[in-house]
Design a protein. Structure first.
Length: 428
């Protein structure tokens, strides 16, 4: 009797904590979004003084309107996401799906894999209207969308096929290990997870990315020569310089390093090369090199592995607690085989913790961006980097006047005013 009372108490406590955390997370995000909307709207009518000579009022207002539209739409997505989480958990959606699959398939590894797959498919279908609206209404309205419905459907089909070919075997292996490797399964699964991510870094540039975009070797002899000299001067090597046909899907511009070890390559969006001068391309590339010089990529990988270890350790513990299931609206299987349920519940609980620790990682990311900027200024030109970033801010319709509190919570890159002022102040 005492054990039953303790179990019921733990279950009710879990329900209460989850409901409060979900409510606080949603309220906090709504408050931040409201601040962002109010702040951007208040500053829409005038370009900030530091940018008056470089940014037109039309471009500034487009960025403001784009930000307002996305933020308002984001609030709708937040409400929908919270409602779905509630339906899956406390309202019994996941438990009903599990019981239905048990009645159809019986208990076993196949049922657990199917449960995970069904959850992902149902979630994807329910989120589909938001994805379509984002691409074909919002991005279209502001002139960014370049993809057709046929290409969008083709991309989705490829993504589903890749998910099935790669994701299903991996998930099957994880679920098998959870049931077959004893109480320390979470440590073994963590090791497999690390290996999987490192392998993905190696194969993504040459095997996966080309399924969605064309990557042509950089042809412009002037840009190629400058980039080669910059790489040599900074002591870097790569497997090549490539131009990606980003313009067939979006007008947004970017450049990035991809790969790991011997598979590293430099990728420029064709939209980027169309916007920037050779000096500015150098500066953008030097910024990316700065991330490698300061070992930001390695630090992020190590951080990810450390956090995932803590996460798997926590999952290993809660998956053995009956109150974790019942407190989140799920009736666990009496004869075991609850690993898929534990994984899904944990994936729904984890983002709630991320809401409150996210600002720490956002601040660290902004620090890394400042360090990479400083490296680029030392290797190239501060004015060239500032010019490139200003074009990118304008080209991507990034608002020049975000709410400071919103920035602290969400921005992985410093806002334009702060970032450009810092660059020009350290240029030499």
């Amino acid at each position: 009797m005492t054990e039953l009372f303790a179990s019921n108490t733990a279950s009710l406590t879990t329900t209460l904590i989850f409901a409060v955390a979900l409510s606080l997370s949603l309220l906090l995000k709504f408050w931040l979004a409201s601040r962002q909307i109010r702040h951007v709207a208040q500053h829409r009518t005038a370009v900030p003084p530091a940018f008056v000579e470089k940014v037109s009022l039309t471009a500034h207002q487009k960025a403001a309107d784009y930000t307002l539209t996305k933020t308002r739409f984001g609030m709708l997505e937040l409400a929908w996401g919270a409602a779905l989480t509630l339906v899956w958990t406390l309202l019994g959606g996941l438990s009903e799906l599990n019981q239905w699959l048990l009645g159809w398939m019986g208990q076993g590894l196949a049922q657990q894999v199917t449960l995970l797959g069904a959850f992902v498919v149902i979630g994807g279908v329910l989120d589909l209207p938001f994805t379509l609206y984002q691409t074909f209404v919002i991005e279209e309205r502001f002139g960014f969308n370049k993809t057709s419905l046929a290409l969008w459907l083709q991309d989705m089909a490829k993504s589903l096929l890749l998910s099935a070919l790669i994701g299903l075997p991996f998930v099957t292996l994880v679920l098998w290990m959870m049931g077959a490797t004893g109480p320390w399964w979470w440590l073994w699964v963590w090791g497999v997870w690390m290996g999987f991510n490192l392998l993905a870094l190696l194969i993504y540039p040459t095997w996966i990315a080309p399924l969605f975009n064309k990557f042509q070797p950089l042809q412009d002899p002037q840009v190629k020569d400058r980039v080669t000299q910059l790489m040599a001067r900074c002591g870097f090597t790569s497997k090549g310089f490539y131009v990606m046909d980003g313009s067939k899907r979006s007008a947004h511009a970017n450049a990035y390093f991809t790969g790991f070890g011997a598979s590293k390559r430099v990728v420029f969006y064709d939209t980027l090369l169309a916007q920037l001068s050779p000096d500015e391309v150098d500066a953008v590339l030097a910024h990316e090199l700065g991330h490698f010089t300061h070992r930001h990529v390695i630090k992020r990988i190590v951080s990810m592995f450390a956090l995932s270890l803590i996460g798997f350790m926590a999952l290993g513990w809660v998956s053995q607690q009956a109150w974790f299931f019942t407190g989140l609206g799920v009736v666990p299987n009496l004869n075991g085989g609850n690993d898929a349920l534990a994984l899904l519940l944990f994936m729904m609980v984890l983002p709630l913790a991320g809401t409150f620790i996210g600002p720490v990682f956002a601040q660290l990311s902004r620090k890394h961006e400042f360090e990479a900027d400083a490296y680029a200024v030392a290797q190239t030109s501060g004015s060239a980097l500032a010019g490139a970033l200003l074009k990118l801010f304008e080209d991507n319709a990034s608002t020049l006047t975000p709410d400071p509190v919103y920035v602290q919570f969400y921005y992985s890159h410093p806002p334009a005013t702060e970032r450009l002022g810092h660059i020009l102040g350290t240029a030499h």
